[in-house]
Design a protein around this ligand. Structure first.
Ligand SMILES: [Zn+2]
Length: 493
């Protein structure tokens, strides 16, 4: 192996963090020795001149590599030297980590009345303790988004955004073993709290990772931003959506977003490269009203039920694909009926001898980025809600319809092949930390990542919880104390 390749390998082996690992390494062309001076530090390094995939996308990157790689080598050396000091994490330190996590969990940020300012105050105090720059932005009054910033050695490089949401879904406290905002730590080491998985754990991991890096006097090359955003659980329209389209976001020059994923009941971590787009559809059938005893064609109820039958058949076909193991949950079009509205109300319930003139049903449809949205729309117009059957639905009538393609018309997904240097580096960082990644998945529900992917940015959903039951939105959402530690280790080492 020539010297250059050895050095490159060393960079990979020594780069102990996700952030460093995220730095795209070029294909090495040639090397020579060089003396350098950085912030009063002088030393020798091997200059590695590289050329990689990034050249195609970002020509400015190529000349910067000359300076950047020696800097990384220097960092690698510095880290190796201090390894023994920083690696000994005492029990006391672990307790402090858990107690900070509990403090965040105890803030009741549950929809529909989240205590956003308390959460913002907590995040800002954590940011200050880490000497990070901070600012609060309210795209809508009362909904603060906290942005922490760690400026990189080269702020001209596109930045890394570590994204999390501060709000949580409501809970039913009587059904919990311990109150959902008690952050109770039981004797088995489990922390009970709404948000322990979704996703205050991830927000805290970002902070703890930065704390460890700070302690090592690490300085990232790229600027790292941490966003703690409100309103994800109610669609993100007043937060992530406006944030993604803001001048502030444009100025941040984001290259890659890390956001939430899901726990994994097995040993492999799950990472998500796309998500299904929600289409919320209400269809309404109309027909002549009539006596409850009369059989006639085209009653509203009959028309609606023909639609429901057709939708139910489609639903079963998609479910069969999952049951047969042919497709994963995120890869099929799901459709579920969420309400039925019909009947003529009476003081005691409904009029029983009258067939109503209107009947309505609502459906939550989730469309994967690999589906053909036009053929689905045709199916809706021709089979599910045809005007020939007195269905008043028309295609523009969705309650919500998230596009399946990004602004340039490409499917809304983050590439997980060689064309995306970030993915390779992410995979490498997880492996380096001793973790194993499962096959990248399509997130079955919606997250704020869609707003970033819609801009054409890569976004990876990653909540590193292996061997953990998926308890988000469930009663007794818990996180094991030892897992919290594992996760932080994963982020850092
Ligand atoms: Zn979430």
């Amino acid at each position: 192996m020539n010297r250059a390749l050895e050095m490159r390998k060393k960079i990979i082996e020594d780069s102990p963090t996700l952030f460093e690992s995220m730095f795209p390494l070029p294909q090495v062309l040639h090397t020579h020795n060089l003396n350098f001076k950085i912030k009063g530090l002088t030393g020798k390094a091997v200059e590695v001149v590289g050329l990689g995939e990034l050249r195609k996308k970002d020509s400015a990157m190529v000349w910067k590599l000359r300076v950047i790689l020696p800097l990384l080598l220097l960092l690698a050396t510095a880290i190796a030297e201090t390894e023994t000091e920083t690696e000994t994490s005492s029990e006391e330190e672990e307790d402090r980590i858990i107690s900070r996590f509990q403090q965040y969990l105890k803030i009741n940020t549950s929809q529909p009345s989240p205590r956003y300012y308390e959460a913002a105050e907590f995040v800002i105090s954590e940011g200050k303790a880490l000497s990070l720059e901070w600012e609060t932005v309210e795209f809508v009054a009362g909904k603060p988004l906290v942005l922490l910033k760690w400026e990189g050695g080269n702020p001209d490089l596109p930045s890394i955004l570590l994204y999390s949401h501060t709000d949580v879904v409501p809970s039913e406290p009587p059904k919990w073993a311990h109150p959902p905002f008690s952050a109770h730590l039981d004797s088995a080491g489990r922390i009970f709290a709404r948000g322990s998985q979704d996703m205050k754990c991830v927000g805290m991991q970002y902070l703890e990772a930065l704390r460890r890096l700070r302690a090592r006097n690490f300085r990232p090359l790229r600027t790292i931003y941490l966003a703690f955003s409100p309103d994800e659980e109610i669609g993100g329209h007043d937060a992530a959506e406006k944030f993604a389209h803001s001048d502030l976001f444009r100025r941040m020059n984001v290259a890659i977003v890390l956001d939430e994923g899901l726990a994994s009941p097995g040993p492999r971590y799950r990472a998500f490269f796309a998500e299904r787009s929600p289409w919320w559809m209400v269809i309404k059938a109309v027909g002549a009203p009539g006596h409850g005893s009369k059989l006639y064609d085209n009653s509203a109820m009959e028309n609606l039920f023909k639609s429901i039958e057709s939708i139910t058949r489609f639903r079963a076909s998609q479910l069969d694909l999952i049951k047969a193991g042919l497709k994963a949950e995120g890869d099929v079009v799901s459709v579920n009926m969420v309400f039925l509205k019909a009947g003529t109300p009476s003081p005691t319930g409904f009029v029983m001898n009258l067939q109503p003139s209107e009947a309505e049903a609502g459906f939550d449809i989730r469309v994967p980025p690999t589906a053909d949205p036009e053929s689905l729309e045709r199916r809706i117009a021709e089979e599910w809600a045809p005007s020939s059957r007195n269905m008043s639905f028309y295609l523009g009538q969705f309650k919500q319809k998230t596009p399946v393609h990004d602004k340039s018309g490409k499917p809304l997904l983050t590439k997980t092949d060689g064309s995306n240097a970030w993915w390779g580096l992410f995979e490498n960082a997880v492996q380096k930390a001793g973790g194993k990644l499962g096959k990248p998945e399509v997130f079955p529900a919606a997250t704020d990542s869609r707003y970033f992917r819609q801009l054409g940015l890569p976004a990876i959903g990653f909540s590193p919880m292996a061997n953990t039951p998926v308890l988000l939105h469930d009663h007794n959402e818990v996180m094991e104390k030892r897992k919290v530690k594992t996760l932080i280790v994963l982020r850092i080492d």
